[in-house]
Design a protein around this ligand. Structure first.
Ligand SMILES: Nc1ncnc2c1ncn2[C@@H]1O[C@H](COP(=O)(O)OP(=O)(O)OP(=O)(O)O)[C@@H](O)[C@H]1O
Ligand SMILES: [Mg+2]
Length: 148
């Protein structure tokens, strides 16, 4: 389900939610609760960026995968030297994976472009039929007063 990264990332918390739209609100609260104030100062813009990205990953999991048809999504937060990572795992989409759409329009295909603009880097990995989507955010300990 949740794949522990090799290396220096430390798991801060995991939340499992039903794959329904109202879960997104709880994902936001979970981020705030887990990251402030130990890792980000209240009002830090980085928190808004992370919330937007997790919102998008969660919405994609609910809309595009089996998570939205009676399944679940799992959100995990990680901390490492100079980095915070958010991961969202879903129940999979018959082998289809997240893909940046070439020609986003007003209706769709914009979410992952927003993710790419806000995160330092992002990606996804298969976990059997499931998919985990992740995004890293650079943190500046002194500027943010973070304790990593
Ligand atoms: N977790 C996922 N599993 C499988 N496919 C995904 C997943 N997330 C995204 N996709 C695929 O990647 C495409 C692009 O995602 P993106 O979030 O950019 O656009 P969207 O969700 O279609 O529209 P928008 O986010 O603008 O409402 C989706 O249309 C979908 O086909
Ligand atoms: Mg989307």
């Amino acid at each position: 389900m949740i794949t522990r990264e090799a290396g220096e990332l430390r798991l801060l918390g995991v939340l499992t939610l039903p794959g329904v739209e109202r879960s997104v609100r709880y994902a936001r609260l979970f981020l705030r609760d887990t990251l402030v104030p130990d890792h980000l100062a209240p009002g830090d813009e980085l928190l808004d960026d992370m919330v937007l990205v997790v919102d998008e990953f969660a919405c994609n999991g609910i809309r595009h995968t089996a998570s939205g048809r009676g399944g679940k999504i799992h959100i995990s937060l990680w901390s490492g030297p100079g980095v915070l990572r958010a991961e969202v795992s879903d129940d999979g989409a018959d082998g289809a994976r997240p893909a940046l759409r070439d020609a986003p329009d007003d209706e769709s295909g914009r979410g992952l472009h927003i993710v790419a603009a806000l995160a330092s880097r992002w990606g996804h990995r298969p976990d059997g039929t499931r998919t985990t989507v992740w995004a890293d955010f650079r943190v500046h300990p002194r500027a943010h007063g973070a304790r990593i």
